[in-house]
Design a binder for this molecule. Sequence first.
Ligand code: ZN
Length: 292
Amino acid sequence: MRDFSQSNDWLSVNTATVRKSRGQDLPLTDIIEACVRRDIQVISPWRDQVAAVGLNTVSRLVKKYNLKLSGYCRGGMFPAATVAGIQAADADNRQAVDEACELNANCLVLVVGGLPGALAGQAVHKNIAHARDQVLEGIEKLLFYAKSCHMPLAIEPLHPMYAADRACINTLEQALDVCDQLDPGQSGALGVAVDVYHVWWDPKLQQQIERAGQSRLLAFHVCDWLTPTRDLLNDRGMMGDGVIDIPKIRSWVEAQGFQGFSEVEIFSTENWWQKDHSEVLDTCIARHRSVV
Ligand code: ZN
């Protein structure tokens, strides 16, 4: 297993981790400058953060500082209740691929969506099987486009508590079934993002990481699972503060030949987003060296 204890070489910061500093929105340009000052050379930005300061501005900074993107967050949200809704999702996803290409990201992360309307508070139906069919169709269409741009797609299975509103792909096994169906040749164009927060509990995790193999393992996200968890979305823990055996999962991923970045992704309304971003980034660096 790689030694992370001496450098930031394999550390990536998902910029949602410091989207707020002392409770206030922190622009992506400031986040980038703060990362560069700490010799963090890899980031994974969110589309809304990029849009807020402008794609051209971010692209210029990425080139100026020779930054790498471990991923781009995010595409997906494929299911819809109407033809127009499906078409809008498809168009938005192609746009996400274009942005990922402009920023030279390693992959576009896909949070695939759940029951239409559920995220806004009112699902328009209860047919999760149908939503999963629409996800498969959506990824198939997007894969065709992404391949033409040479942008890999990384399906991120989300913890089952998000099945209704954010992602109806909830295990690594499910995600890999989609990969095998749409990309049987393991071309590298379609794979998975393994986020320890979502998959740490899965009794089949090691087995499915082995099934994925190097060609499907496109991204590795770290944070921790707190007990108790106070919020379904925005109470992720800093690595080392929870119950996930992160080094064990990393050892399984690296045993398959994964040599990519370890991306710190923490959403934390009540804790880390209330602290100054300097403290958060310094803590990310320290924990990445000591407990990842
Ligand atoms: Zn993630």
